[in-house]
Ligand binder design. Structure first.
Ligand code: TZP
Ligand code: MG
Length: 212
C-alpha cells in the first residue's frame, strides 16, 4: 500500500506496555475500526522470530482496513514481512542506505527535529516526516522538545507530508492547528485509554476538523 493525502491523519504507533488483559491485535483492531489511518509496529525488545510473526499479523490486520503498515527501525523485518515500509530515526541506518535497501516503492518515514534535517531527509528519499516530541511524554525517553514554530518551519520547508508526535492528546492537539502538519502520530492517547474506540473516534473527529 502507498501513502495518499489522508493516510497520515491519525497515525498509531504500537506499544505493548498497555495490553492488560488484551492482545495487541484486539487493541489495534479497535483503533482501526474507529478511524486510525496509518499503523507503525514499534518493538524494541522482541526476538526476531516473534517480531516477524507479529509484523505479519499486524500487516494483515492493517490491510483489512486499507491502512498502510510500516515497521520501526528494523528493515530486515520490514522486508521479510513484506510490510509497506519502515520508519527510521536520526540515529538509525542512514536515509540513503534505507532507501537503497527497501527500494523505491516502499514507504520511508524519517524522524526529524530541525529544518535542516527535514530538508535533507526529503532530498535523500523520505516519503514523510515525523516531528517530535511536541509535548512532554512518558512513553519515550530522551526525546527532543520541538516548538510549534519549528514544526511550522519544517512543514513550510518540505513538500512531503509531516506528522507531529509525542505527548499528543485530544486536548493539546488543538494547539497544533495551523502548523501545516498532515496529521498526528500517537501511542498513549489511544492505547493507554480505557475506551480505545471512543478515544480514537474523538481524536479522528478533531483531526478531520483541523488538519483537512
Ligand atoms: N517518538 C517521539 S515521541 C514518541 C515517539 C515514539 C512517543 C509517542 O508516544 P505518546 O504516548 O503518544 O507520547
Ligand atoms: Mg528508531
Amino acid at each position: 500500500m502507498k501513502l495518499d493525502n489522508k493516510s497520515l491523519l491519525l497515525y498509531l504507533v504500537t506499544d505493548r506496555s498497555w495490553l492488560g488483559d488484551h492482545s495487541l491485535a484486539s487493541q489495534v483492531e479497535e483503533s482501526l475500526i474507529n478511524g486510525v489511518t496509518f499503523l507503525q509496529l514499534r518493538e524494541k525488545k522482541l526476538d526476531n522470530e516473534s517480531f516477524l510473526k507479529l509484523a505479519i499479523e499486524m500487516k494483515e490486520l492493517a490491510h483489512c482496513y486499507n491502512v498502510p503498515f510500516v515497521i520501526n527501525d528494523n528493515l530486515d523485518i520490514a522486508i521479510k514481512s513484506d510490510s509497506d515500509g519502515v520508519h527510521i530515526g536520526q540515529d538509525d541506518i542512514s536515509i540513503e542506505e534505507a532507501r537503497r535497501i527497501i527500494g523505491k516503492d516502499k514507504i520511508l518515514g524519517v524522524s526529524v527535529g530541525t529544518v535542516e534535517e527535514a530538508i535533507l531527509a526529503e532530498k535523500l528519499g523520505a516519503d514523510y516526516l515525523g516531528v517530535g516530541a511536541m509535548f512532554s511524554t512518558n512513553t519515550k525517553e530522551n526525546t527532543r522538545d520541538i516548538s510549534f514554530d519549528t514544526l511550522k518551519n519544517i512543514c513550510e520547508s518540505v513538500k512531503i507530508p509531516v506528522v507531529g508526535i509525542g505527548g499528543i492528546n485530544n486536548e493539546n492537539i488543538l494547539s497544533l492547528e495551523g502548523s501545516g502538519i498532515n496529521g498526528v502520530a500517537v501511542i498513549s492517547a489511544i492505547l493507554a485509554q480505557k475506551d480505545i474506540s471512543k478515544s480514537t473516534r474523538e481524536l479522528k473527529d478533531i483531526c478531520e476538523n483541523i488538519f483537512i
